[in-house]
Design a protein. Structure first.
Length: 428
């Protein structure tokens, strides 16, 4: 049966958004699932719980404003919910549902003992002052307080949220519970039980997964041309790691525009320029190119580390890179996936490529629970090992089943989730 027909009544059929992408992905995966697990697959097409909250705050000018917030727990079969919180003006329930489902699959692909969850607030945080952002965060945290906890559901940063936001959530939850609860969120400041290595972990995982793919495809990282979309936490860290490894970062795009230098950009200088000026345009040694031209950059590797739905039927055909690594969640539409496959572009899917973040979140949670903290070397070594092993398992499954890496990763992840359901059985 076509999964797109399983639409929960709280989503309008015309506005399925990223949830539709996810359902199409599950459709493509279902035939490849082990026969004994296939009948359980419909479990994956429904979130376990979806909470919508009103987040009213007092603005600095004394007026009141309302924002819509969400926390979706897609699946808890393998452990507590885990996934970030996003602040963005375009956040919708459909988006948070898809992001929570991708967390379910991602956590299973790297085999960390978590289910999948995600949260978001429909807000443009750039329009809020720091005190307003703090009030928004604390009220949102209070509204979802009853759903979260170190053994229930553990939020983390995502787009436009950071260590400070996590510290406020941890503090609000701790105040409400009457105890200091470090393990309730990850991605916290080091001074509050955060983990060394967490900040760069997603970018590092993107880098490691790409290196693994490049090796198998006979592409040398030294001298490879890399184009990076998104220059936030994930894009900037991976660009830096590629540059450190001798690759040339030939193009970067963010919401301010696109810049290029075929001889390679100085990533640190670009970062410093952007920090100072709030834009990429005018960065030293960079020419400005138009947004569409970015996708046609002569590059060996393309990192998509911005938002969903960036690589679509209209730009996928122009991509020249041999490897596309999804640092973001859901950057490639299902139509674009087919075009990229046809053109021989190897797509390292989000549920594998960007799993480094949640992997180090898992390390942070373990460290908080055991109140024993590891060195950065230990963390990076464990992260690299988990990423390499997950990559190898996905690559191997893709070869044996004759499918693309996304399907292989989904098969691996979904089978782990469905196996947990099978052995737990259906309650009551
Ligand atoms: N927001 C990140 C992701 O999409 C990290 C989630 C986490 O660490 O829980 O994977």
């Amino acid at each position: 049966m076509n999964n797109v027909s399983h639409i929960p009544s709280y989503l309008s059929a015309e506005h399925l958004g990223p949830w539709e992408t996810y359902l199409i992905q599950i459709d493509r995966v279902e035939p490849h699932l082990a026969a004994e697990l296939r009948p359980l697959a419909p479990i994956l097409t429904r979130p376990k719980r979806a909470l919508i909250v009103d987040v009213p705050i007092r603005l600095d000018n004394g007026e009141m404003a309302h924002f819509e917030g969400y926390r979706v727990q897609h699946n808890l079969a393998r452990g507590p919910g885990k996934g970030g919180i996003r602040y963005h003006p375009d956040v919708t329930l459909s988006e948070v549902m898809a992001l929570s489902a991708w967390m379910t699959v991602k956590n299973a692909v790297v085999n960390v003992p978590f289910g999948g969850a995600k949260g978001g607030v429909r807000v443009d945080p750039k329009l809020l002052s720091m005190p307003e952002l703090e009030r928004l965060t604390r009220r949102y945290a209070s509204e979802i307080n009853f759903l979260i906890g170190q053994d229930k559901d553990i939020p983390a940063p995502d787009i436009n949220t950071n260590e400070q936001v996590m510290a406020w959530i941890m503090d609000t939850f701790s105040m409400n519970e009457g105890k200091t609860a470090m393990g309730v969120v990850t991605g916290k400041p080091i001074s509050l039980g955060g983990s060394l290595g967490r900040k760069d972990a997603t970018g590092r995982g993107v880098f490691v997964a790409t290196v693994e793919a490049a090796r198998r495809l006979g592409i040398e990282i030294e001298g490879a041309r890399v184009a990076v979309q998104g220059f936030g936490n994930v894009g900037e860290a991976s660009a830096r790691l590629f540059a450190n490894a001798g690759a040339k970062v030939v193009a970067v795009q963010d919401e301010s525009g696109s810049i290029a230098n075929p001889a390679g950009l100085d990533v640190r200088a670009v970062k410093a320029f952007r920090q100072q000026n709030g834009t990429l345009i005018g960065a030293p040694g960079a020419e400005t190119i138009d947004r569409d031209a970015f996708w046609r950059t002569d590059a060996d590797i393309l990192i998509a580390a911005a938002l969903e739905n960036q690589i679509t039927a209209s730009n996928a055909g122009g991509i020249k890179a041999r490897i596309l690594t999804e640092g973001a969640n859901g950057p490639t539409t299902p139509e674009a996936d087919l075009i990229l496959k046809e053109n021989g572009v190897t797509v390292i899917p989000d549920v594998l490529a960007n799993a480094g973040g949640v992997t180090v979140s898992y390390f942070e949670w373990v460290q908080d629970i055991s109140a024993f903290f590891w060195t950065e070397e230990e963390i990076n070594a464990r992260l690299d090992r988990i990423m390499r092993e997950a990559f190898a398992a996905v690559w191997e499954a893709a070869q044996t089943k004759g499918v693309v890496l996304r399907t292989a990763a989904f098969v691996l992840g979904c089978e782990r989730v469905l196996m947990a359901h099978k052995v737990r059985g259906l309650y009551p």
